[in-house]
Design a protein around this ligand. Sequence first.
Ligand SMILES: *Cc1c(COP(=O)(O)O)cnc(C)c1O
Length: 463
Amino acid sequence: MKNKFKTVLEPFKIKMVEPIKMTTYEERQKYIQEANYNIFCIKAENILIDLLTDSGTGAMSASQWAAMMEGDESYAGCRSYYKMYDAIHELTGFKHIFPTHQGRAAERILFGIVGEEGKIIPNNTHFDTTRANIEYNKTEAVDLVIQEGKSPSINHPFKGNIDLKKLRELFEKHKGTDRIPVCMLTITNNSGGGQPVSMENIRETKKICDEYGIPLFLDACRFAENAYFIKIREPGYENKVIKEIVQEIFSYADGATMSSKKDALVNMGGFLAFNDDDLAQKVQNMEILTEGYPTYGGLSGRDLAALAQGLHEVIEEDYLEYRIKSTQYFGDALIKEGIPVVFPIGGHAVYIDAKKMLPHIKPCEFPGHALACELYLEGGIRACEIGSLMFAKKDPATGEEIPAQMELLRLAIPRRVYTQSHIDYVVEVIHEVNRNKEKIKGYEIVEEPPFLRHFSAKLKPKK
Ligand SMILES: *Cc1c(COP(=O)(O)O)cnc(C)c1O
């Protein structure tokens, strides 16, 4: 660690700025009312600090912008594709690399080929687009994260680990049936709070997969953040450079899906990479049918060029130290004031346990959503509810709602966008909201679409 001081220093200086707009409480009341109390429906220009997601919201570097100007827009075999290929190949060793327009396109192509009715695909925790693409192909998506990974208050260095015993049991149960076409492992485990997976767990997962002849694919969206956690938390890795750790991670995998909107430091893109030659033939056909010619896959040449440069930058230790430390700094500031958060603080976001913070609001009145609305009203901050508004299920027999397992509010941190003073401001607003939390009311749904209701449902505060 080069920075021995406790100040979290952004390892960059700013040469281009984008103004953000202060609004008054009264203006925000009007905006949120016009948005029918749905945080997704507020215009971004009326948000002061946007922590809705870390996906595609990062800032590119001067070198990435320069790379974009060098982008080669040839239809086939463009120079930028080979730059991207080299960058990914160097880190992963994979032979076949297909760019896609974003992560879910890589998932759709992979599961469209290996998935079919009766098949089962395990993971530590499937991300929602991963699960949706698997289920769309009538395949069963099974989550096997370790027990510790399911409880917000338990501290564990690698809460994203997959339960190796349960994985082996699943493989054993279906031995010799071809029912499990692939095993997935998500690094870091986004749906489980951005928690990392240890190298030991990845290595052991691969061993079990090999015993049963099942290929291991990584959902590698945050591979660099995961590698940094391995460096600082797993014995034996403290003196390794990040690139070596990343290379070791991928050495245990047969392939990967990736959303470049995360750890490739670009605003759009993804890829599907692996070694299997037969699979490559099938993927190529699907790629041409739905994404485009395989050397651009739904992206411009300049996008591929920026992605290649992003992969070089994301494994720089100064960047990762700042990334993980600044998220930790944010979480620690909330913990100090007694705000209940998910432990330990993950890589890309801080999650507030809204059920614990607002015990007077029942899950069916959406405590996470109520907190999101309050943060917007109080300070113009946008965060994302991950609770019953997003995940409640309807009981098929009674039509009654079964609440989600947890009621969380996720504050995701865009990469290289906000400074420490922005975060200090967010902390101040949350403290203020916490002081007056008894007054916060629950919400009810006025109108909702048949699925993915959190994006467009209309709500109103309870009387
Ligand atoms: C974001 C994400 C995806 C999907 O990627 P998109 O680019 O949003 O399509 C898949 N898996 C994980 C773990 C993610 O975080």
